[in-house]
Design a binder for this molecule. Sequence first.
Ligand code: GDP
Length: 194
Amino acid sequence: MKVTSSEIVISAVKPDQYPAVDLPEIALAGRSNVGKSSFINKMLARKSLARTSSKPGKTQTLNFYIINEILHFVDVPGYGYAKVSKKEREAWGKMIETYITTREQLRAVVLLIDVRHPPSKDDVLMYGFLKHYEIPTIIVATKADKIPKSKWQKHVKIIKDSLNMEKSDSFVLFSSETGQGKDEAWKIIESYTS
Ligand code: GDP
């Protein structure tokens, strides 16, 4: 998709703050530092629209972006940050669960995983959670430029096997440095939203 416009609509915590329009939504989730902001910025061809990671102390919000006036990206705050308090973690979990389980506009979730490492316990839990609620999932393996091409397939297999990835879900190897996977990711996203 050629992105001609993108902007943030709202940072929401509760359902009554979600945009009240009926546009298809793609949510984006992953552990802190996985490359989620870089992915969003690359996909939207913007330098720094998505803020780089939700660091502790910042309000954890769902950030809604409108793209070409036809689609929302919903940036979910990153998980797995060690210094987050139990209370913050619980609030995060509740916010995500409410969004995922009630939002009718949600078409699919992009789950970002760092291609260099096996999925974390939190990644596996998140994927299992999405499958429990039968949410179509697009696994985006980030930072592909950081490992040699000869190792890609081995790492991809470890990720798919560790998640027990369902065949109906999609997988994209991505790099926000080189732009690898961008067209493929858009093609898949469009298949869920048009
Ligand atoms: P977030 O916390 O998931 O939003 O992660 P960021 O997008 O802020 O990325 C975390 C760090 O990884 C930053 O230093 C990025 O520059 C770097 N990074 C993200 N994606 C890539 C990538 O595809 N290739 C490389 N080499 N670095 C990346």
